[in-house]
Design a protein around this ligand. Structure first.
Ligand code: URA
Length: 217
């Protein structure tokens, strides 16, 4: 079935997005997928995590971040006193690239309207990128080595949106220094949320002069 951007933009809740992804043939990954990995968590989440693409475990279980990297992400979320169901977790791609190869630009392009619609429906206060691939899908010029752990805000989906980039948990598994940095950056999430709520940083009409790529912390 040819699903158009208009079809996706008309999905008014997450189950409608799931339904479209299950029928999606916008790129060729549907031919090799086992399950759809659209996303998991609360439609009312204040924080949305975005990774790159499902791996083998995710493809088998139909849920993002359930393999080794996912275990670390789950531990980090629990370390804040939350559960996975309190946030929303998604990927740039909804179907697994064969052998975990990097997503092709045309695959990411075809999947992009789904992610934008998920963000529109959830309307998260804070979007957290897990790794540079997710971040560069939104902001191609940013370097994760320079901006990880620093919340910034930009115009997105018609309003001011606060973003935070983190190193990908899969990288942190094999590198103790990266893991420490990831843990330190992760711990900033509640403080960033507090600042967003107290200062109305997602409002278009707030008086805060900090805008494009300004470090908020
Ligand atoms: N890595 C990702 O980027 N996403 C997943 O869902 C799992 C691993």
């Amino acid at each position: 079935m040819k699903i158009t951007e208009e079809n996706i933009a008309n999905a008014d809740d997450l189950s409608a997005v799931d339904e479209l992804v299950s029928k999606c043939e916008r790129c060729s990954l549907y031919k090799t997928k086992t399950k759809d990995v659209t996303g998991i968590g609360s439609e009312k989440a204040q924080v949305m995590f975005i990774g790159e693409a499902p791996g083998k475990d995710e493809d088998l279980q139909g849920e993002p971040f359930v393999g080794r990297a996912g275990q670390l992400l789950t531990e980090l979320i629990q370390g804040l006193g939350w559960e996975r169901k309190d946030v929303y977790i998604a990927n740039v791609l909804k179907h697994r690239p064969p052998n975990n190869r990097d997503p092709l630009p045309e695959e990411a392009e075809m999947c992009w309207p789904y992610l934008k619609q998920q963000i529109k429906i959830i309307d998260p206060k804070l979007i957290v990128f897990l790794g540079r691939h997710a971040m560069n899908r939104f902001f191609p010029a940013l370097k994760i080595s320079e901006c990880h752990g620093n919340a910034f805000r930009k115009d997105f989906n018609g309003r001011k949106q606060v973003f935070l980039a983190l190193y990908h948990p899969a990288v942190a598994i094999y590198n103790g220094n990266m893991k420490k940095t990831l843990e330190e950056d992760f711990d900033k999430i509640p403080k960033i949320l507090k600042k967003i709520n107290e200062e109305g940083l997602n409002n278009n009409n707030d008086n805060n002069k900090e805008t494009e790529q300004t470090k908020l912390f």
